[in-house]
Design a protein. Structure first.
Length: 188
């Protein structure tokens, strides 16, 4: 496990400008690496949390002894890191709650409003609107359950043509039936 680099004890009773600068230069990079590793932070967040620790140390330098400045920094940065993790957890829980609430509200009216006969009619119309060869390939695959090689043999076309035509057919059907896809995503 990575640990911040140990620094020789500062000899002054209070933390002066020179001691603070020396502490910052010697510890900033190693603290960033340590807290990035320890809490799984991105580089930017690790730098921000360590920087915040140094700011708090500077603001409280009159009450922090020079020889305990490093311990003060570790405690301050660890507490700030834990606060960030708690806040992220709360944000994730809130997003999950909002998504679940919205999904539940959207599903109930959607289930009531969907008409299976209309869905079937829309699918049939969308398939019928496909170009002739594309429609034939789609129907042979979906309705008769033929494999691409079987379709290519029956229609005397290449397997690659069958793959391309099926891909295009599915894309067109997705586009024409997109309102039902949104409903299915909400239900699932």
């Amino acid at each position: 496990m990575l640990k911040p680099v140990d620094m020789p004890s500062l000899r002054n009773d209070t933390l002066d400008d020179a001691s603070f600068q020396r502490l910052f230069k010697e510890c900033f990079v190693s603290f960033c690496a340590y807290y990035q590793y320890k809490f799984g932070f991105s580089t930017d967040i690790a730098k921000e949390v360590v920087h915040t620790g140094f700011i708090k140390l500077w603001e409280n330098r009159a009450s922090v002894a020079a020889d305990s400045a490093k311990a003060y920094l570790r405690k301050t940065i660890t507490n700030a890191s834990l606060d960030i993790l708690k806040h992220e957890k709360v944000k994730r829980q809130h997003v999950l709650h909002v998504v679940q609430t919205n999904a539940e509200e959207a599903i109930d009216p959607a289930i009531d409003s969907i008409d299976l006969k209309q869905l079937s009619a829309d699918i049939s119309k969308a398939v019928a609107d496909l170009p002739e060869q594309m429609r034939l390939i789609f129907e042979l695959s979906r309705n008769e359950g033929l494999k691409y090689a079987e379709i290519s043999g029956r229609l005397h076309i290449s397997v690659k043509t069958v793959e391309t035509q099926m891909s295009r057919a599915l894309a067109r059907l997705r586009q024409k039936l997109s309102r039902y896809l949104v409903f299915m995503l909400l239900v699932l």
